[in-house]
Design a protein around this ligand. Structure first.
Ligand SMILES: Cc1cc2nc3c(=O)[nH]c(=O)nc-3n(C[C@H](O)[C@H](O)[C@H](O)COP(=O)(O)OP(=O)(O)OC[C@H]3O[C@@H](n4cnc5c(N)ncnc54)[C@H](O)[C@@H]3O)c2cc1C
Length: 478
């Protein structure tokens, strides 16, 4: 490991809170964890998971059914999981529209894309209404082609959006336009999505928690649900107590990969981030002062954005797949993954080689077979769930929360009739095949990215392996 100031090493990731969550907790007046569940309690609706999905559901339920008794159970603290450690990229599904069209046809796909697009303005308006300072910046998202010598991959998507009358949502940018936004010699041309915003993710999560408490939602932190039993009413057991409820909502994200009934429908994968020291002057030198979101086109996508105090937060989907749905140190302690993220940062920003990386962390993302969330109900309509955001849930979890609240509420609601509601994902092979297959294919996809970075043609075994997921009907790539 080099201690050379020209390329400082990243700090080790680990069990510590993300930089975002530390910043958000420091900004709170007094952090008092909600008490764990003890003894017997009852609720109309039990929510498992204190991330965005669980908390947005609780929020929209307080809007739809103000008198409902809602109890939320979180094993850690609210925002302790990926909702408090993500990149803060908020956007809907415009880039996924062609795939939605293949699944559901033009009209129903557009309904979904419009509903998903609500999240961008919706989160901004919500923060304003509730006085939540989540550093909301609605300045768009630019994906750049950073593979030297390779053609961009978005022409067909752009043509399809134009045909559907949504051509303004994704606009190709020339090399010169990209350079004006952020001058890096590693960037080629780009694809700009105007409807996107950045947030300080943990401030959004903690803001949701505050608003829920103000609205009378009972939150129990440090309360891991160990079992959910069916009977005349549902029974959720934690180590300390039992909650009886009429309905339950599971906002479990990657933890659903270890949950009965969902185990084969999800693959947990690691995403890791680093954050630089404050460098506002250096950002000004490269012209990146508008708060725009950026990413490249790798399979293990590098995503990067600036912060209010002039840092770059830089992430990558470079972590490994987990085994049998266990969410363990693979997702938080992977030193190798952080070194990859740091190397990608140095490659895309060679002129910032001397900049110190101050913090590093990781978390699990939940990959479903087609990279869209499963949102639906089971157990006779008493248990509702949403997971499978594939590392893109910061915005869409708000849509999921709106849909889940509509499902709990019953009745006829256009949100509950969106075509993706009730869509069941293709299953993955059982363990150990899922684990071995995911690791081998992921490695091949990384090698393909590395070859394209070096302007080389990927080797034939790599080309063959990277085609396997689509041949088997899985949509691993963006
Ligand atoms: C490093 C990283 C970067 C990312 N960057 C982005 C990004 O920029 N943009 C984007 O759109 N998405 C991003 N994502 C994905 C995004 O964070 C998630 O899609 C989103 O937070 C999902 O919200 P959630 O509420 O479903 O999940 P979570 O935030 O994971 O919440 C689930 C909660 O359930 C709790 N839980 C699990 N099991 C139990 C149990 N048995 N009992 C009680 N509680 C339980 C967990 O502790 C957790 O707090 C990123 C993810 C990571 C890890």
């Amino acid at each position: 490991m080099s201690l050379d100031r020209s390329a400082p090493s990243p700090p080790p990731p680990g069990a510590q809170r993300s930089w975002w969550l530390k910043e958000a907790l420091d900004a709170e007046d007094a952090v008092v964890p909600a008490p764990p569940l003890t003894g017997d309690a009852t609720a109309d609706v039990a929510i498992v998971g204190g991330g965005y999905t669980g908390m947005w559901t609780a929020y929209f339920l307080t809007e739809r059914a103000p008198g409902a008794r809602i109890v939320l159970l979180e094993q850690d603290i609210c925002g302790g999981g990926p909702s408090g450690r993500n990149g803060g990229f908020v956007h809907g599904w415009w880039e996924q529209l062609p795939y939605l069209v293949d699944l559901y046809g033009d009209e129903r796909a557009m309904e979904i894309a419009r509903a998903a697009d609500e999240v961008v303005g919706g989160i901004g308006a919500w923060c304003e209404r509730h006085d939540v300072d989540a550093w909301y910046e609605p300045h768009g998202y630019l994906r750049v082609n950073a593979f030297p010598g390779a053609q961009n991959d978005w022409d067909a998507t752009v043509a399809k959006l134009e045909r559907l009358g949504a051509g303004d949502e994704l606009v190709p940018w020339s090399f010169a336009e990209v350079q004006r936004l952020c001058a890096s010699p590693a960037f080629g041309d780009g694809l700009f999505m105007r409807s996107a915003a950045s947030v300080q993710p943990a401030r959004l999560a903690r803001g949701l928690r505050r608003v829920l408490l103000e609205r009378g939602v009972r939150i129990h932190e440090g309360s891991r649900v160990r079992s959910l039993r069916r009977g005349p009413r549902l029974e959720l057991r934690t180590g300390g107590g039992t909650l009886t409820a009429d309905q339950a909502v599971l906002g479990l994200n990657a933890w659903a990969a270890g949950w009965p009934g969902f185990r084969l429908r999800l693959l947990a994968w690691g995403s890791y981030m680093v954050i630089t020291e404050p460098i506002p002057d250096r950002l000004a030198e490269i012209g990146w002062t508008g708060g725009e979101l950026l990413s490249d086109s790798r399979f293990t996508i590098s995503y990067f954005r600036t912060t209010r105090d002039g840092r770059i937060a830089f992430g990558g989907g470079v972590g490994a797949a987990g085994f049998d749905g266990r969410i363990d140190r693979t997702f938080t302690h992977d030193r190798h993954a952080i070194e990859r993220v740091a190397a990608n940062f140095r490659r895309l920003f060679p002129m910032l080689a001397d900049v110190r990386l101050e913090d590093a962390w990781g978390g699990p993302i939940d990959i479903s077979a087609d990279r869209f969330p499963e949102i639906g109900s089971r157990e006779g309509g008493r248990v509702h769930y949403a997971h499978g955001f594939a590392g893109n849930g910061t915005g869409p979890s708000r849509l999921a929360g709106r849909v889940l609240a509509a499902l709990v509420d019953g009745g006829d609601d256009p949100l509950a009739r969106l075509a993706l509601v009730g869509h069941r994902q293709r299953i993955f092979p059982p363990e150990p095949m899922r684990y071995v297959g995911a690791r081998v294919i992921r490695e091949a996809l990384i090698r393909r990215d590395d070859a394209l970075d070096a302007s080389r043609r990927p080797s034939w075994p790599v080309r063959l392996l990277t085609r396997i997921p689509s041949l088997m009907g899985y949509r691993f790539e963006h």
